[in-house]
Write a protein of this length. Structure first.
Length: 519
């Protein structure tokens, strides 16, 4: 902590400096805090999939509980992220950002201490609420702290650091899990405490408070309806994989569908809705979001269930499996700039459709490998994951361009927020639905070998399992993941078709090298 005199050098509020609320000497602290806060979410999300087999062993969690350890966070984040962004406008970005980080790290500490799966699921939901405030605040506070001429470079540094964190986090986490055993998964959540506290300290001690830009409504009723609707849908889809809850599947899905319709009508009647549904009347915007849903559905399903197959099924170490996330982050970081320039010249339609096809081929390859029982990670699975990373690198930047150019300048912020939420909802539904598919195929493939001693899909093999039964378990695991990959490959193909038929193939209207008028 600084002395009172040093702290006094940073006023609680600051006059506008070159169009921003933050003096030049203090802007670097905003950038550092935003990078650290972004690292919280990226590290948590990417390492969790690798740590899931260890968590299941340590806490005795079922497949349905494993799905909810992921989905509780995704549910509250996706349903509340638009309200979280509005909170920054209403209360001030620094204040909202600090509140989001504080809630996130408090929930992370509770996750690290969770005695069972139910408690972990509950605090993962609280974590998602904190992330819903923190995630939009991270980029927004950079944009507000830096003048327009410096903003692009600052965002570039933030994006590069975020990509590096996302790429190296699973690799480092995999090595730690391999070296220290199953119980070390708790450190994944505990590491958020020092990172978050440093961010909060920098924001409060080094950065002046910004002035709220507008008194926007947070539409908490709409957020609650969205949470209930998507929560009921996810519960219904997840309960299909749990034999003791399967009878709740139909009623839950029906309730979710009804609540979703109620949510849509509620938003249409709101003066300041959380989601401006009128934007979906624009064909290119609607098409880009449908393509986003299918693509991120496929990506999330594979990145969640592939580590389960590799670790619990194939018996690979978490250190090896940590590398599957590396090509995705590295290729997006390396290629987003050149692909974005290409998209400016030829329009976003071709890169998005082409990238979606590449991802479809990658997932189809994973399905064929698993179906054939080819258990070679470095010459089989890893190259296909690199191909998937190439496909996503072709999609990410042009998809943002397609979303931004489909709407009027005044609606670009809302459009970006909606697309962010759609991608996360796609992941939420994917983990729920594909888990039930994997569980059904796994049980069907086991057939006569389903004995009380056989673990479920994604659970490590128990000691002393008979060789014939273990071979049947492995074959069933391969079949289950092959089904997931085949379905997601078809969805990526559908995403390519939708992108080609709905998104503009025209070059952007501004000259290359000039400032993007969409901001």
């Amino acid at each position: 902590m600084h002395s009172p005199s040093a702290a006094a050098a940073v006023p609680l509020t600051s006059p506008v400096t070159n169009g921003t609320f933050c003096p030049q000497a203090q802007r670097r602290f905003v950038l550092i805090a935003a990078i650290l806060a972004s690292a919280l979410g990226f590290i948590d999300g990417s390492i969790l999939a690798i740590a899931m087999p260890a968590i299941r062993v340590n806490l005795g969690a079922s497949l349905a509980q494993a799905q909810w350890i992921s989905n509780a966070y995704a549910l509250t984040l996706s349903a509340l992220i638009l309200a979280g962004g509005a909170a920054g406008d209403r209360f001030g970005l620094r204040r909202a950002f600090v509140a989001g980080i504080a809630l996130f790290i408090a929930a992370s500490l509770a996750c690290a201490l969770a005695p069972n799966a139910i408690v972990l699921i509950a605090f993962r939901a609280v974590q998602g609420i904190g992330a819903a405030i923190m995630v939009p605040g991270s980029l927004a506070i950079i944009a507000k702290a830096y003048p327009k001429k410096e903003r692009g470079r600052a965002i570039g540094v933030w994006a590069a650091a975020s990509a590096l964190t996302t790429a190296l986090g699973p690799v480092f986490g995999g090595f730690v899990l391999s070296a220290f055993g199953d119980g070390i998964w708790r450190a994944i959540f505990a590491i958020n405490l020092p990172l978050g506290l440093i961010s909060i300290y920098l924001l409060l001690a080094k950065v002046p408070a910004d002035t709220p830009t507008e008194k926007r409504s947070l539409d908490l009723a709409g957020a609650a309806l969205a949470t209930l609707a998507f929560g009921a849908l996810a519960y219904g889809l997840t309960s299909m994989s749990a034999s003791d809850e399967s009878h709740m599947s139909g009623p839950s899905i029906a309730a979710g569908a009804v609540l979703l319709v109620v949510f849509i009508f509620f938003e249409l009647r709101q003066r300041e809705p959380m989601i401006d549904l009128s934007l979906f009347r624009v064909g290119a915007f609607a098409g880009a979001n449908v393509a986003t849903f299918f693509l991120y559905f496929a990506l999330s399903a594979n990145l969640f269930y592939l580590p389960m197959l590799l670790i619990a099924g194939w018996g690979l170490s978490t250190a090896e499996v940590g590398f599957i996330f590396l090509p995705l982050s590295a290729l997006i970081a390396l290629l987003s700039g050149p692909v974005g320039q290409l998209s400016d010249r030829i329009g976003p339609r071709f890169p998005i459709a082409c990238g979606s096809l590449v991802v479809a081929f990658a997932f189809a390859g994973l399905a064929l490998l698993a179906h054939a029982g080819i258990h070679n990670f470095w010459t089989g699975t890893f190259p296909l994951m690199a191909l998937m990373g190439l496909g996503m690198a072709l999609v990410v930047s042009p998809l943002s361009t397609a979303i931004m150019t489909a709407v009027e300048d005044k609606d670009t912020g809302a459009a970006s927020g909606i697309n962010n939420a759609v991608s996360r909802i796609g992941g939420l539904i994917a983990v729920a639905a594909m888990g039930s598919l994997a569980a059904w195929v796994y049980a069907h493939a086991l057939d006569g070998n389903a004995t009380p001693g056989v673990p479920g899909f994604g659970e490590p093999a128990t000691v002393g399992l008979a060789p014939a039964v273990d071979a049947a378990r492995l074959a069933a695991s391969d079949a289950a993941f092959a089904a997931v990959s085949a379905v997601t490959a078809l969805l990526c193909l559908l995403s390519a078709v939708i992108a080609w038929t709905t998104i503009s193939g025209q070059p952007l209207p501004w000259p290359r090298g000039s400032e993007n008028p969409q901001g």
